[in-house]
Design a protein around this ligand. Structure first.
Ligand code: FNR
Length: 373
């Protein structure tokens, strides 16, 4: 029998599973094909252990950091995830309010249930807007969305670039998962795509997304907004270097929560490669599999190795944990999930002998390979 008040993220996941129709729980929790990457995103964290230091004054532990000049209470922000109203009637408005209460940033998904305007007027959280670029010849739609985000006080654009096609999510196909209309697209494009009896997600992406989008289009995106632009979906040093070369303002290491290309590497396993390539020129963010405060610490430590880079230039995003909190307990649940991760991270810092983010170094963790040395 589980306690009514969950004590960790995985208990929130269990509550969400009980609260949601199977079709929606599967949609949120699932990954692509064999779900190898889905498991690896979490398992790869488990193979990293600590090298804690003792007898360091940790009577005060400061978790605060900043990204793109915005101060946040901890290096943990809300990743863009779609369709929050399938988890809770208040949808992204509840998520945004919880993020605001926790002094952190929410990245609003392109596929949100609530509109850009609804989220903007409901709270004063710092918000970024996640963009997908729509069908070729209708670049004006993406431009309209970006301008709406800018007008409504969003502070950055997150261009998600890892889905020219939709990954094969077999649970959604089996459940015949039908996605509701994207409200932000009302009047801009009809997304009432039907399917051949299976899920309509794949049909939606095929009919609306632009698979021809390429590096040269970044210039166009730059020309339609003054906001900083982050690129989401980088998994290699090659792409990280390109992103810096084309003048992007930040890089998000992500495999889309293992929902796109199965057998992509666990994101934590490629973070060092990307951070090395970026050499501190732009901020780096990472998401995928973060379920504990210890995971947050491990990511910061692995990203803190390069001479020019300390862990203050890294920020982590959480996707599913936020949805599980929302499904289980609405705005309060999202707040609890964010607080739990923060509290666990603070304890990890104290027990590792770090009193501020900049004290976290590469030598505070040990990867599996290093253990053999
Ligand atoms: C996502 N993700 C995502 N990313 C994005 O850029 N736009 C989107 O609309 C969505 N939608 C979405 C829905 C759901 C249900 C999930 C689980 C994920 C990916 C998301 O931003 C992030 O990369 C992952 O969720 C991070 O992994 P964890 O924290 O879920 O393990």
């Amino acid at each position: 029998q589980m306690a009514a008040e969950p004590v960790n993220v995985s208990e929130f996941q269990e509550l969400a599973r009980l609260a949601l129709p199977k079709m929606y729980y599967d949609f949120y929790s699932g990954g692509a094909e064999d779900q190898h990457t889905l498991r690896e995103n979490v398992e790869a964290f488990r193979r990293i252990t600590f090298r804690p230091r003792i007898l360091i004054d940790v009577s005060r532990v400061d978790l605060s950091t900043s990204i793109l000049g915005y101060n946040i209470s901890a290096p943990i922000i809300v990743a863009p995830t779609s369709l929050h109203q399938l988890a809770h009637p208040q949808g992204e408005v509840a998520t945004a309010k919880a993020a605001a209460t926790c002094n952190t940033i929410m990245v609003l998904s392109f596929s949100s249930s609530c509109t850009i305007e609804e989220v903007a007027t409901s709270c004063n959280a710092v918000r970024f807007y996640q963009l997908y670029v729509l069908i070729y010849k209708r670049r004006d739609i993406a431009a309209t969305l970006v301008q709406r985000a800018e007008k409504n006080g969003f502070k950055a654009i997150v261009l998600t670039a890892d889905n020219p096609r939709l990954g094969r999510r077999e649970a959604d196909i089996k459940n015949k998962m039908i996605s509701p209309q994207r409200k932000n697209l009302d009047g801009l494009i009809s997304t009432k795509v039907t399917s051949d009896g299976g899920s309509n997600l794949d049909a939606f992406v095929k009919e609306t997304m632009d698979p021809s989008l390429s590096w040269k289009d970044i210039e166009w995106l730059r020309s339609i907004t003054k906001l900083p632009i982050l690129i989401k979906g980088v998994l290699t040093c090659e792409d990280a270097i390109k992103a810096v070369q084309v003048g992007l303002d930040g890089i998000i290491v992500s495999n889309h929560g293992a929902r796109q290309l199965d057998y992509s590497p666990a994101t934590i396993s490629v973070l060092e490669e990307v951070v090395h390539a970026v050499e501190g020129r732009v901020p780096v963010l990472m998401d995928g599999g973060i379920r504990r405060g210890t995971d947050v610490f491990k990511a910061l430590a692995l990203g803190a190795q390069a001479v020019l880079v300390n862990s203050t230039q890294l920020t982590l995003q959480v996707g599913r944990p936020v949805i599980y909190g929302l499904a289980a307990k609405g705005e309060y649940g999202v707040r609890r999930v964010l607080e739990m991760l923060k509290d666990e991270f603070e304890l990890t810092m104290a027990l590792s002998g770090c009193s501020s983010i900049k004290d976290i170094t590469r030598r505070h963790v040990r990867t599996e390979h290093e253990r053999l040395l």
